[in-house]
Design a protein around this ligand. Sequence first.
Ligand SMILES: NC(=O)c1ccc[n+]([C@@H]2O[C@H](COP(=O)([O-])OP(=O)(O)OC[C@H]3O[C@@H](n4cnc5c(N)ncnc54)[C@H](OP(=O)(O)O)[C@@H]3O)[C@@H](O)[C@H]2O)c1
Length: 370
Amino acid sequence: MRRALRLARRAEGEVGHYPLVGALVVKAGRVAGQGYFQLPGEPHAEVKAIAAAGTKARGATLVLNLEPCCHWGRTPPCTDTVIRAGIRRVVAGMTDPNPKVAGNGFRRLRQAGLEVVTPVLEPECRRLNEVFVKFITTRLPFVVLKVGATLDGKIATRAGESRWITGAAARREVHRLRAKADAVMVGAATVMRDDPELTARLGKKVRHPRPVVVDEALRISPRSRFLRPCPRKGKPIVATTRRAGPKRIRAFAAAGAEVLVLPQDRQGRVDVRAMMRALGEREIASVLLEGGAELNASMVAAGLVDKVIVFVAPKLLGGWKSRPMIGGQGPARLRKALPLSGLSARRVGEDLMLTAYVGARLAVPLPKKA
Ligand SMILES: NC(=O)c1ccc[n+]([C@@H]2O[C@H](COP(=O)([O-])OP(=O)(O)OC[C@H]3O[C@@H](n4cnc5c(N)ncnc54)[C@H](OP(=O)(O)O)[C@@H]3O)[C@@H](O)[C@H]2O)c1
Protein backbone atom coordinates (compact mmCIF):
# COMPACT_ATOMS: atom_id res chain seq x y z
CA MET A 1 0.00 0.00 0.00
CA ARG A 2 2.86 2.36 0.74
CA ARG A 3 4.18 1.70 -2.73
CA ALA A 4 0.74 2.42 -4.21
CA LEU A 5 0.67 5.72 -2.30
CA ARG A 6 4.12 6.63 -3.61
CA LEU A 7 3.00 5.92 -7.16
CA ALA A 8 -0.18 7.95 -6.70
CA ARG A 9 1.81 10.94 -5.47
CA ARG A 10 3.62 11.22 -8.82
CA ALA A 11 0.59 13.01 -10.27
CA GLU A 12 0.36 15.57 -7.43
CA GLY A 13 -0.60 18.98 -8.79
CA GLU A 14 -1.88 17.54 -12.07
CA VAL A 15 -5.19 15.85 -11.31
CA GLY A 16 -7.25 18.88 -10.22
CA HIS A 17 -10.48 17.69 -8.58
CA TYR A 18 -9.81 14.01 -9.39
CA PRO A 19 -8.24 11.61 -6.86
CA LEU A 20 -4.60 10.57 -6.70
CA VAL A 21 -4.52 6.81 -7.21
CA GLY A 22 -1.72 4.28 -7.49
CA ALA A 23 -2.25 0.56 -8.18
CA LEU A 24 -0.15 -2.61 -8.25
CA VAL A 25 -0.94 -6.10 -9.49
CA VAL A 26 0.88 -8.57 -7.24
CA LYS A 27 1.40 -12.21 -8.21
CA ALA A 28 3.36 -14.69 -6.08
CA GLY A 29 4.89 -11.87 -4.04
CA ARG A 30 6.10 -9.94 -7.08
CA VAL A 31 4.77 -6.83 -8.76
CA ALA A 32 3.49 -7.92 -12.17
CA GLY A 33 2.22 -4.49 -13.21
CA GLN A 34 1.72 -1.03 -11.85
CA GLY A 35 0.12 2.25 -12.80
CA TYR A 36 -1.12 5.57 -11.49
CA PHE A 37 -3.80 8.00 -12.50
CA GLN A 38 -1.98 10.72 -14.38
CA LEU A 39 -4.31 13.05 -16.21
CA PRO A 40 -8.09 13.52 -16.30
CA GLY A 41 -9.57 11.51 -19.19
CA GLU A 42 -6.82 8.89 -19.10
CA PRO A 43 -7.38 5.30 -17.88
CA HIS A 44 -7.58 4.86 -14.12
CA ALA A 45 -4.63 3.49 -12.13
CA GLU A 46 -6.02 -0.06 -11.75
CA VAL A 47 -6.77 -0.33 -15.48
CA LYS A 48 -3.17 0.65 -16.27
CA ALA A 49 -1.75 -1.79 -13.71
CA ILE A 50 -3.88 -4.65 -15.06
CA ALA A 51 -2.89 -3.83 -18.65
CA ALA A 52 0.78 -3.81 -17.63
CA ALA A 53 0.40 -7.20 -15.89
CA GLY A 54 -1.21 -8.79 -18.97
CA THR A 55 -2.11 -12.45 -18.44
CA LYS A 56 -0.38 -12.45 -15.05
CA ALA A 57 -3.39 -10.53 -13.67
CA ARG A 58 -5.38 -13.81 -13.57
CA GLY A 59 -5.52 -15.04 -9.98
CA ALA A 60 -3.46 -12.04 -8.76
CA THR A 61 -3.99 -9.46 -6.02
CA LEU A 62 -4.73 -5.84 -6.88
CA VAL A 63 -3.46 -3.28 -4.35
CA LEU A 64 -4.68 0.31 -4.63
CA ASN A 65 -5.30 3.28 -2.35
CA LEU A 66 -8.91 4.01 -3.39
CA GLU A 67 -11.98 1.85 -4.00
CA PRO A 68 -12.34 1.03 -7.72
CA CYS A 69 -15.18 2.93 -9.39
CA CYS A 70 -18.33 1.14 -10.53
CA HIS A 71 -19.95 3.87 -12.61
CA TRP A 72 -19.52 5.38 -16.06
CA GLY A 73 -17.58 8.62 -15.90
CA ARG A 74 -15.13 9.70 -18.56
CA THR A 75 -14.05 6.03 -18.64
CA PRO A 76 -15.97 2.74 -18.10
CA PRO A 77 -16.41 1.22 -14.59
CA CYS A 78 -13.08 -0.14 -13.28
CA THR A 79 -14.80 -2.93 -11.34
CA ASP A 80 -15.71 -4.57 -14.67
CA THR A 81 -12.09 -4.48 -15.84
CA VAL A 82 -10.91 -5.94 -12.51
CA ILE A 83 -13.44 -8.80 -12.67
CA ARG A 84 -12.80 -9.53 -16.36
CA ALA A 85 -9.03 -9.68 -15.78
CA GLY A 86 -9.54 -12.52 -13.29
CA ILE A 87 -8.14 -10.66 -10.24
CA ARG A 88 -8.83 -12.76 -7.14
CA ARG A 89 -8.22 -10.35 -4.28
CA VAL A 90 -8.49 -6.57 -4.00
CA VAL A 91 -6.65 -4.73 -1.21
CA ALA A 92 -7.95 -1.15 -1.07
CA GLY A 93 -6.87 1.74 1.14
CA MET A 94 -10.20 3.45 1.59
CA THR A 95 -13.79 3.70 0.40
CA ASP A 96 -14.37 6.23 -2.39
CA PRO A 97 -16.27 9.18 -0.81
CA ASN A 98 -17.84 9.95 -4.21
CA PRO A 99 -21.57 9.36 -3.55
CA LYS A 100 -21.77 7.52 -6.90
CA VAL A 101 -19.33 4.90 -5.58
CA ALA A 102 -19.32 4.96 -1.72
CA GLY A 103 -18.95 1.20 -1.16
CA ASN A 104 -20.79 0.09 -4.32
CA GLY A 105 -17.49 -0.76 -5.99
CA PHE A 106 -16.58 -3.16 -3.17
CA ARG A 107 -20.08 -4.64 -3.22
CA ARG A 108 -19.85 -5.32 -6.95
CA LEU A 109 -16.45 -7.03 -6.53
CA ARG A 110 -17.67 -9.21 -3.65
CA GLN A 111 -20.80 -10.17 -5.60
CA ALA A 112 -18.52 -11.37 -8.38
CA GLY A 113 -16.73 -13.62 -5.85
CA LEU A 114 -13.56 -11.54 -5.29
CA GLU A 115 -12.05 -11.17 -1.83
CA VAL A 116 -11.92 -7.52 -0.70
CA VAL A 117 -9.58 -6.37 2.07
CA THR A 118 -10.23 -2.80 3.25
CA PRO A 119 -9.39 -0.35 4.82
CA VAL A 120 -5.60 -0.50 4.78
CA LEU A 121 -3.45 2.49 5.92
CA GLU A 122 -6.65 4.52 5.78
CA PRO A 123 -5.28 7.66 7.54
CA GLU A 124 -2.44 7.92 5.00
CA CYS A 125 -4.84 7.30 2.12
CA ARG A 126 -7.31 9.95 3.33
CA ARG A 127 -4.51 12.42 3.87
CA LEU A 128 -3.12 11.91 0.36
CA ASN A 129 -6.57 12.61 -1.06
CA GLU A 130 -7.70 15.31 1.38
CA VAL A 131 -8.45 17.67 -1.52
CA PHE A 132 -10.54 15.12 -3.40
CA VAL A 133 -12.43 14.04 -0.25
CA LYS A 134 -13.44 17.66 0.52
CA PHE A 135 -14.31 18.59 -3.06
CA ILE A 136 -16.34 15.50 -3.99
CA THR A 137 -18.44 15.72 -0.80
CA THR A 138 -18.98 19.52 -0.70
CA ARG A 139 -18.15 20.93 -4.17
CA LEU A 140 -16.06 23.50 -2.30
CA PRO A 141 -12.27 23.81 -2.64
CA PHE A 142 -9.96 22.48 0.07
CA VAL A 143 -8.29 25.58 1.51
CA VAL A 144 -4.79 25.66 2.97
CA LEU A 145 -4.02 28.86 4.85
CA LYS A 146 -0.28 29.47 4.48
CA VAL A 147 1.55 32.07 6.52
CA GLY A 148 5.15 33.19 6.90
CA ALA A 149 5.46 34.58 10.42
CA THR A 150 7.89 35.66 13.10
CA LEU A 151 8.04 33.61 16.30
CA ASP A 152 5.56 36.09 17.82
CA GLY A 153 3.07 35.49 15.00
CA LYS A 154 3.56 38.66 12.93
CA ILE A 155 3.33 38.61 9.13
CA ALA A 156 4.43 42.20 8.38
CA THR A 157 5.93 45.23 10.13
CA ARG A 158 3.80 48.24 11.05
CA ALA A 159 4.85 49.75 7.69
CA GLY A 160 3.59 46.62 5.88
CA GLU A 161 7.00 45.16 5.07
CA SER A 162 7.01 41.36 4.87
CA ARG A 163 9.80 40.43 2.45
CA TRP A 164 11.27 38.28 3.63
CA ILE A 165 10.36 37.04 7.06
CA THR A 166 11.28 33.42 6.36
CA GLY A 167 14.41 31.99 4.74
CA ALA A 168 15.12 30.67 1.24
CA ALA A 169 14.30 27.02 2.09
CA ALA A 170 10.84 27.94 3.42
CA ARG A 171 10.16 30.02 0.34
CA ARG A 172 11.10 27.08 -1.88
CA GLU A 173 8.64 24.96 0.07
CA VAL A 174 5.95 27.59 -0.60
CA HIS A 175 6.62 27.29 -4.33
CA ARG A 176 6.12 23.53 -4.02
CA LEU A 177 2.79 24.14 -2.26
CA ARG A 178 1.80 26.53 -5.04
CA ALA A 179 2.66 23.97 -7.73
CA LYS A 180 0.30 21.48 -6.05
CA ALA A 181 -2.62 23.90 -5.75
CA ASP A 182 -5.22 24.71 -8.39
CA ALA A 183 -5.37 28.33 -7.20
CA VAL A 184 -3.44 30.79 -5.02
CA MET A 185 -5.50 33.48 -3.29
CA VAL A 186 -4.56 36.89 -1.86
CA GLY A 187 -6.31 40.07 -0.76
CA ALA A 188 -6.23 43.41 -2.57
CA ALA A 189 -3.90 45.04 -0.04
CA THR A 190 -1.27 42.34 -0.54
CA VAL A 191 -1.30 42.93 -4.31
CA MET A 192 -1.05 46.70 -3.87
CA ARG A 193 1.76 46.37 -1.35
CA ASP A 194 3.84 43.48 -2.74
CA ASP A 195 2.69 43.03 -6.37
CA PRO A 196 3.34 39.23 -6.21
CA GLU A 197 3.62 37.07 -9.35
CA LEU A 198 1.83 34.16 -7.64
CA THR A 199 3.70 31.57 -9.67
CA ALA A 200 5.42 28.32 -8.62
CA ARG A 201 9.06 29.04 -9.37
CA LEU A 202 10.72 25.65 -8.99
CA GLY A 203 13.24 25.84 -11.81
CA LYS A 204 11.37 23.20 -13.83
CA LYS A 205 8.40 23.32 -16.14
CA VAL A 206 5.14 23.45 -14.17
CA ARG A 207 1.69 24.78 -14.82
CA HIS A 208 1.31 27.63 -12.39
CA PRO A 209 -1.81 27.86 -10.22
CA ARG A 210 -4.61 30.29 -11.06
CA PRO A 211 -4.23 33.47 -9.02
CA VAL A 212 -7.40 34.64 -7.26
CA VAL A 213 -7.31 38.24 -6.04
CA VAL A 214 -10.11 39.48 -3.78
CA ASP A 215 -10.87 43.16 -4.31
CA GLU A 216 -14.45 44.41 -3.92
CA ALA A 217 -13.85 47.78 -5.63
CA LEU A 218 -11.00 46.85 -8.03
CA ARG A 219 -8.49 49.24 -6.52
CA ILE A 220 -5.58 47.08 -7.72
CA SER A 221 -3.88 47.84 -11.03
CA PRO A 222 -4.74 45.93 -14.23
CA ARG A 223 -0.97 45.94 -14.83
CA SER A 224 -0.30 43.89 -11.66
CA ARG A 225 2.24 41.12 -12.11
CA PHE A 226 -0.17 38.25 -11.40
CA LEU A 227 -1.91 39.14 -14.68
CA ARG A 228 1.20 38.67 -16.82
CA PRO A 229 0.85 35.80 -19.29
CA CYS A 230 2.49 32.49 -18.28
CA PRO A 231 1.45 28.80 -18.48
CA ARG A 232 -1.27 28.55 -15.84
CA LYS A 233 -3.96 26.02 -14.90
CA GLY A 234 -6.47 28.63 -16.09
CA LYS A 235 -7.02 32.38 -16.35
CA PRO A 236 -6.24 34.60 -13.35
CA ILE A 237 -9.41 35.37 -11.39
CA VAL A 238 -10.39 38.72 -9.91
CA ALA A 239 -13.18 38.40 -7.35
CA THR A 240 -15.08 41.65 -6.98
CA THR A 241 -18.52 43.19 -6.43
CA ARG A 242 -20.79 45.69 -8.20
CA ARG A 243 -18.86 48.39 -6.37
CA ALA A 244 -16.15 48.01 -9.01
CA GLY A 245 -18.16 49.57 -11.84
CA PRO A 246 -18.28 48.42 -15.48
CA LYS A 247 -15.22 50.37 -16.67
CA ARG A 248 -12.86 48.75 -14.15
CA ILE A 249 -14.39 45.34 -14.81
CA ARG A 250 -13.78 45.76 -18.55
CA ALA A 251 -10.18 46.83 -17.94
CA PHE A 252 -9.45 43.61 -16.01
CA ALA A 253 -11.18 41.43 -18.58
CA ALA A 254 -9.05 43.11 -21.26
CA ALA A 255 -5.95 42.39 -19.14
CA GLY A 256 -6.76 38.66 -19.39
CA ALA A 257 -8.59 38.06 -16.09
CA GLU A 258 -11.83 36.24 -15.45
CA VAL A 259 -13.79 38.78 -13.41
CA LEU A 260 -16.27 37.32 -10.91
CA VAL A 261 -18.83 39.88 -9.81
CA LEU A 262 -20.03 38.43 -6.52
CA PRO A 263 -22.48 39.40 -3.76
CA GLN A 264 -21.24 41.64 -0.92
CA ASP A 265 -20.91 40.68 2.74
CA ARG A 266 -22.27 42.87 5.55
CA GLN A 267 -19.26 45.19 5.31
CA GLY A 268 -19.74 45.59 1.56
CA ARG A 269 -16.73 43.36 0.79
CA VAL A 270 -16.65 40.23 -1.34
CA ASP A 271 -18.86 37.50 0.16
CA VAL A 272 -16.23 34.79 0.60
CA ARG A 273 -18.77 31.94 0.77
CA ALA A 274 -20.21 32.90 -2.61
CA MET A 275 -16.65 33.23 -3.90
CA MET A 276 -15.72 29.69 -2.84
CA ARG A 277 -18.89 28.29 -4.41
CA ALA A 278 -17.98 30.08 -7.66
CA LEU A 279 -14.47 28.59 -7.54
CA GLY A 280 -15.96 25.13 -6.93
CA GLU A 281 -18.19 25.56 -9.99
CA ARG A 282 -15.00 26.20 -11.97
CA GLU A 283 -13.65 22.86 -10.67
CA ILE A 284 -10.99 24.55 -8.57
CA ALA A 285 -10.50 21.87 -5.93
CA SER A 286 -7.62 23.33 -3.92
CA VAL A 287 -6.75 26.87 -2.88
CA LEU A 288 -3.57 28.06 -1.21
CA LEU A 289 -4.63 31.11 0.78
CA GLU A 290 -1.63 33.42 1.15
CA GLY A 291 -3.08 36.34 3.11
CA GLY A 292 -3.00 39.05 4.11
CA ALA A 293 -4.39 39.34 7.59
CA GLU A 294 -7.79 40.74 6.57
CA LEU A 295 -8.61 38.10 3.98
CA ASN A 296 -7.32 35.36 6.30
CA ALA A 297 -9.74 36.66 8.96
CA SER A 298 -12.75 36.59 6.60
CA MET A 299 -11.94 33.09 5.38
CA VAL A 300 -11.38 31.69 8.89
CA ALA A 301 -14.53 33.38 10.25
CA ALA A 302 -16.60 31.89 7.41
CA GLY A 303 -15.32 28.40 8.27
CA LEU A 304 -13.72 27.98 4.85
CA VAL A 305 -10.18 27.04 5.92
CA ASP A 306 -9.34 23.33 6.18
CA LYS A 307 -5.63 23.26 6.94
CA VAL A 308 -3.09 25.72 8.30
CA ILE A 309 0.61 25.82 7.42
CA VAL A 310 2.74 28.34 9.30
CA PHE A 311 6.41 28.87 8.50
CA VAL A 312 7.86 30.28 11.71
CA ALA A 313 11.09 32.28 11.50
CA PRO A 314 13.37 32.59 14.53
CA LYS A 315 12.75 36.34 14.83
CA LEU A 316 10.70 38.58 17.09
CA LEU A 317 8.98 41.67 15.75
CA GLY A 318 6.66 42.83 18.51
CA GLY A 319 4.52 45.96 18.28
CA TRP A 320 0.75 46.46 18.49
CA LYS A 321 0.69 47.77 14.96
CA SER A 322 2.67 45.05 13.18
CA ARG A 323 0.34 42.73 11.26
CA PRO A 324 -0.91 39.53 12.93
CA MET A 325 -1.52 36.32 10.95
CA ILE A 326 -5.25 36.81 11.22
CA GLY A 327 -6.83 40.27 11.49
CA GLY A 328 -10.36 41.27 12.45
CA GLN A 329 -11.74 41.50 15.99
CA GLY A 330 -10.98 38.06 17.36
CA PRO A 331 -13.31 36.55 19.98
CA ALA A 332 -13.55 37.85 23.57
CA ARG A 333 -13.71 34.35 25.01
CA LEU A 334 -10.94 31.78 24.93
CA ARG A 335 -13.49 29.02 24.45
CA LYS A 336 -14.28 30.64 21.08
CA ALA A 337 -10.73 29.97 19.85
CA LEU A 338 -10.69 27.80 16.74
CA PRO A 339 -9.43 24.34 17.70
CA LEU A 340 -6.86 22.70 15.42
CA SER A 341 -5.88 19.04 15.33
CA GLY A 342 -3.12 16.78 14.02
CA LEU A 343 -0.39 19.34 14.70
CA SER A 344 3.00 18.41 13.23
CA ALA A 345 6.31 20.25 12.93
CA ARG A 346 9.25 20.01 10.57
CA ARG A 347 12.45 21.97 10.25
CA VAL A 348 12.83 23.80 6.90
CA GLY A 349 16.22 25.52 6.69
CA GLU A 350 16.41 27.91 9.63
CA ASP A 351 12.60 27.98 9.99
CA LEU A 352 9.92 25.64 11.33
CA MET A 353 7.00 24.43 9.25
CA LEU A 354 3.93 23.83 11.42
CA THR A 355 0.94 22.03 9.92
CA ALA A 356 -2.48 21.49 11.51
CA TYR A 357 -6.05 20.84 10.48
CA VAL A 358 -9.02 23.01 11.38
CA GLY A 359 -11.45 21.43 13.87
CA ALA A 360 -12.04 17.75 14.26
CA ARG A 361 -14.75 17.27 11.63
CA LEU A 362 -12.64 17.79 8.54
CA ALA A 363 -9.37 16.72 10.09
CA VAL A 364 -7.57 13.87 8.46
CA PRO A 365 -6.04 11.80 11.27
CA LEU A 366 -2.27 11.75 11.48
CA PRO A 367 -0.66 8.53 10.32
CA LYS A 368 0.90 6.61 13.20
CA LYS A 369 4.41 7.21 11.92
CA ALA A 370 4.12 10.96 11.18
N1 LIG B 1 4.05 37.05 5.80
C1 LIG B 1 3.09 36.62 5.06
O1 LIG B 1 2.86 35.40 4.94
C2 LIG B 1 2.22 37.59 4.32
C3 LIG B 1 1.35 37.10 3.34
C4 LIG B 1 0.52 37.99 2.68
C5 LIG B 1 0.57 39.33 3.01
N2 LIG B 1 1.44 39.78 3.94
C6 LIG B 1 1.45 41.19 4.27
O2 LIG B 1 0.17 41.54 4.77
C7 LIG B 1 -0.13 42.87 4.42
C8 LIG B 1 -1.47 42.94 3.72
O3 LIG B 1 -2.46 42.38 4.54
P1 LIG B 1 -3.82 43.13 4.84
O4 LIG B 1 -4.45 42.45 5.98
O5 LIG B 1 -3.56 44.58 4.94
O6 LIG B 1 -4.70 42.96 3.53
P2 LIG B 1 -5.19 41.75 2.60
O7 LIG B 1 -5.84 40.69 3.41
O8 LIG B 1 -4.11 41.38 1.65
O9 LIG B 1 -6.30 42.48 1.73
C9 LIG B 1 -7.44 42.93 2.38
C10 LIG B 1 -8.30 43.70 1.39
O10 LIG B 1 -8.93 42.81 0.48
C11 LIG B 1 -10.17 43.33 0.15
N3 LIG B 1 -11.28 42.41 0.42
C12 LIG B 1 -12.35 42.22 -0.36
N4 LIG B 1 -13.21 41.37 0.16
C13 LIG B 1 -12.68 40.99 1.35
C14 LIG B 1 -13.15 40.13 2.37
N5 LIG B 1 -14.32 39.46 2.29
N6 LIG B 1 -12.37 40.00 3.47
C15 LIG B 1 -11.17 40.63 3.56
N7 LIG B 1 -10.71 41.47 2.63
C16 LIG B 1 -11.46 41.65 1.53
C17 LIG B 1 -10.38 44.57 0.96
O11 LIG B 1 -10.05 45.64 0.10
P3 LIG B 1 -10.46 47.15 0.38
O12 LIG B 1 -9.31 47.69 1.14
O13 LIG B 1 -10.64 47.70 -0.99
O14 LIG B 1 -11.69 47.12 1.22
C18 LIG B 1 -9.39 44.44 2.08
O15 LIG B 1 -8.92 45.65 2.58
C19 LIG B 1 0.99 43.35 3.54
O16 LIG B 1 1.87 44.11 4.31
C20 LIG B 1 1.66 42.08 3.09
O17 LIG B 1 3.04 42.29 2.83
C21 LIG B 1 2.26 38.95 4.60
